[in-house]
Design a protein around this ligand. Structure first.
Ligand SMILES: *Cc1c(COP(=O)(O)O)cnc(C)c1O
Length: 406
């Protein structure tokens, strides 16, 4: 990778010039405040923003590595984990930690399962069995920690095929997982059935609720996905997605809280620097994500999250209904905030939307456009749907793959 032709300036840049430069650079970025992005950022309103900014400012410089130096952080982290455990109906035996994001939560769950498989079942060439629609964090974890990734094919409804899964789980399987919901289609895998297959062989099961962890608990009708299913042993839930905290905040929960110290923790004293202990992949850890996660959760409460979920569901229903009426095909039966839709010329429609300043992700197998609805999208959804109609009317041939990422 070529590096830009830049070196550290001889003399510091004056603050005014510096920030003029910074602001100029930022104009090239997606206009998420205008509701133009349909992923990556989850705007929940000016009041939530203000809470985040204040909490962030209070904890910008602290370090969550050492819980003894900053006891407020240790307390807040444990309270975020406890509140999340309550939402996901974890038993009293459960425990967990905050991580830097869904990827770390999932990777830690994989590592713990691998080490358990080795220690408890003598497995030296472990497999990780996940739906084909599982987030790339699973493939990343398998690669980092030396597990073979085994993909469960999807059934016609785009949920993991349970019958196929049964044949893929065997004596080498260290962990089985499912998504609630998954990223590509927003559908919830048959978690009770998959977890039962794992439990029948005493294999751990992870529910990836990175997206759904702060949505499904506030929906009147959500499929079973959490610790109420006996076979579910670990869960991930991202506070930095629909928990609305700033990036760097996820929760990893273990049904058996003893596994936190027994398997997740890294303790070390074979150096001159004293005892070093950590539950995270990182060493020094930012404090602000912990403080913002705690603050937003306290600020919103059940009533606040329910209000925001209602806004999301209203917008998502509107998009699904209109897209279908316009002749697009919605993939699967998404239940919450994620929608993927397709048409024979879907990428050309995507080009048109790009030109109108909307940022939708593109998917393949099949080609589709993908969006994740946030509470604030209700302010722009009518404009978006009007532009979608225009895009469909004007779409010719797609500009092709190069244009997709331009
Ligand atoms: C976003 C996401 C993840 C990974 O989370 P990061 O916070 O981006 O690391 C995992 N699973 C699902 C279903 C996701 O949507």
């Amino acid at each position: 990778m070529d590096l830009p032709d830049v070196s550290l300036p001889d003399r510091g840049v004056p603050r005014e010039d510096l920030f003029a430069d910074l602001r100029a650079r930022k104009t090239a970025d997606a206009d998420w405040r205008g509701g133009r992005t349909w992923s990556l950022i989850y705007p929940a309103g000016a009041d939530v923003d203000a809470v985040i900014q204040e909490a962030n400012g209070l904890y910008l410089h602290e370090n969550a590595l050492n819980p003894f130096r900053f006891p407020s952080l240790a307390d807040m982290e444990r309270e975020v984990v406890a509140m999340t455990a309550g939402l996901l109906n974890a038993p009293a035996s459960a425990s967990g930690s905050m991580t830097s994001g869904g990827t770390e939560s999932i990777m830690q769950a994989i590592r713990v399962a691998r080490d358990r498989a080795r220690a408890e079942r003598g497995i030296t060439s472990p497999t990780l069995v996940v739906p084909r629609s599982a987030h790339p964090a699973f493939a990343k974890g398998a690669k980092y920690f030396g597990l073979e990734l085994v993909q469960i094919p999807l059934a016609a409804d785009l949920r993991a095929d349970v019958t196929a899964a049964e044949n893929l789980i065997d004596d080498r399987t260290a962990l089985v997982a499912g998504s609630a919901p998954n990223y590509p289609h927003g559908v919830v895998d048959p978690i009770p059935e998959l977890a039962a297959l794992a439990a029948a062989r005493d294999i751990p099961f992870h529910t990836d609720a990175c997206v759904g962890g702060f949505l499904l608990p506030f929906m009147a009708e959500a499929p079973a996905f959490d610790f109420r299913i006996p076979g579910v042993t670990t869960m991930s839930a991202d506070v930095h997605k629909y928990g609305y905290a700033t990036k760097g905040a996820s929760v990893l929960l273990h049904r058996n809280g003893d596994h936190v110290l027994q398997y997740q923790a890294f303790l070390y004293q074979d150096w001159p620097g004293g005892l070093y202990g950590s539950l995270a992949l990182a060493g020094a850890r930012p404090a602000a994500p912990i403080a913002t996660a705690w603050s937003v959760m306290r600020y919103l409460g059940t009533a606040g999250y329910t209000r925001l979920v209602d806004r999301i569901l209203t917008t998502a229903t509107k998009i699904r209904t209109t897209a279908t009426a316009l002749g697009l095909t919605v993939l699967g039966n998404p239940i919450a905030s994620v929608i993927a839709f397709t048409a024979p010329n879907i990428m050309a429609i995507g080009d048109q939307l790009d030109d109108q300043g909307w940022h939708l992700d593109r998917q393949n197998d099949p080609d589709a456009l993908h969006l994740m609805v946030s509470p604030e999208h209700d302010r722009v959804v009518d404009q978006f749907l009007a532009d979608l109609r225009t895009a469909i009317d004007n779409a010719g041939e797609s500009r092709g793959v190069e244009a997709r990422y331009s």
